[in-house]
Design a binder for this molecule. Structure first.
Ligand SMILES: [Zn+2]
Length: 117
């Protein structure tokens, strides 16, 4: 390994664990083999781990956006569950984005705290 390369082996960035040094790419960036918590291996530039904050193989982002689209929302105080943020927004006469936002942040809207269930 080039002495100028920062040794990242064994370090953990979010869901990614750095396994081993893989040499440099054409632009002479240090490349590292990383393994995500989900099991997927990816070879990433050291710079994307340390400066660009790449902290998963991408699975985490996919998971978050999928769960947003499909999850039911619940009014915490009453326990009333709606099949989606859209349905809740219709009943409340509020914008779907406001309900989705409240559920994501678990903040109060229309007298209830909201959460995804
Ligand atoms: Zn992953």
């Amino acid at each position: 390994m080039n002495a100028r390369v920062r040794d990242l082996a064994g370090k953990k960035f979010g869901r990614l664990t750095v396994k081993r040094y893989k040499g440099t790419d054409k632009a002479r960036n240090a490349m590292w083999e990383c393994q995500c918590d989900c099991g997927i291996k990816r070879t990433l530039r050291g710079g994307s781990l340390t400066t660009l904050n790449t902290h998963s193989c991408g699975c985490h982002r996919v998971y978050v956006s999928k769960s947003k689209a499909s999850k039911q929302v619940e009014c915490v105080e009453t326990g009333e569950v709606f099949s989606s943020a859209r349905e809740a927004s219709r009943k409340l006469g509020l914008g779907v984005h406001r309900v989705g936002y409240a559920a994501r942040r678990q903040t109060k809207l229309a007298g209830c705290h909201w959460r995804y269930v």
